[in-house]
Design a protein around this ligand. Sequence first.
Ligand code: SF4
Length: 427
Amino acid sequence: MGLADDDGRSDIDILCLNMTYPLVPDEIVEFARDKDRVLILEEGNPAYMEQQALCFIVDAGLSTRIDGKNYLPEVSEYTGEVLASGLGRYFTENGGNILDLETVRERMERMERVRAAAGALMEAPLPPRQPIFCTGCPERPVFGAIKLAEREVGKVHVSADIGCHAFATFAPFNQGNSILGYGLSLASMAAVTPMQERRSLAIMGDGSFWHNGLQTGVASNLYNKGDGVLIIMNNGYTSTTGQQVIPSSKHSEIFGTGAKIATKLEALGVKRLKTVRTYSVEMMVKTLKEAFTTTQKGLKVIIADGEFMLARQRREWSEKAKVLKEGRRVEQAKFGVDAEVCTGDHSCIRLSGCPSLGVRANPDPLRKDPIAEVKQDCMACGLCGEMAHAAVLYPSFYRAARIHNAGWFERRLHGLRSRVIAAMAGV
Ligand code: SF4
């Protein structure tokens, strides 16, 4: 609207509340003291802040007028357009000539034109999609493993936590029966465990472990002689909010070389503790089955260890780009589906839900079912192959290597192989 610069310096006084509960009466009153009107932008319903602010203003004997939901929607998200239209009406009615409404209208129309142009480029409307893990996410294999383990031990109560792993509550995993707060999965699991036929499972991220889970979850479980299985997703940073450093990050400035989750758990007295690489689906299934069925009482912790493929590839590719520039050899993994082996039952997609797995028409004219395919945005995490192996599916996935700047031996070998294959194929 042209009322603020790129750094947020605004022509209009703004009180931005990072903590909204409890509200600080003096803070609100001081902000409102020299103003005729204050507009409260409060996403959500009911309008708690608006009502409370009104009470503070009246108690302080001020005559400042408070507006909010009378200009902005009661429910739903405050997107740019929603705010622009609400603020536009507010300033027109109350702000005199503070705003050049013609410019605002032009900008909104331009936004609409860009959106319409982008829509016209699509061949068909985008299908609705639910939130899901990123391609190459190290948490996807763990939920695939839980699914496979449940085939043998039966359905277990999954106490979920705040973080990316909450996406597992959606299809194709459907795992997350309760969710309470950041780092509270194990603590909240204590409430349902006594009612469960089987041992329950709590999921926690490494960020939530340090934030809260170590104390309210692990220490409390041990103190109360609890039982159950806890999976800690250890990828080295807080993922949901953008890879912030946590105490166990390798480059953590707070703890030097990085505090170890396993060391803390052992020091607290966790007896059964195992670290498993997240992408080793078979090992994860085995560990889970043991944890669910052992007669040994007490907390069983599995640290699911795995760096996010996207972060790893970003790091490795900047190194590889340098090597490539120098004309040296670089190997790049590529995954694919063998069209002749794929049966077209799509179990791999249902088990992993990887967004890089799609379907395409079957090249065999005698078979109608579309076959699975690995798309170009694949992160080469290898999960689809691991999953197919652990779930005893048809071995249709292959791993190939694209070699840049191959040496003379590799070129000759490639030539020889190509000739042998061509001869065998009769071409
Ligand atoms: S290797 Fe398979 S599971 Fe991993 S990103 Fe590629 S398609 Fe997805």
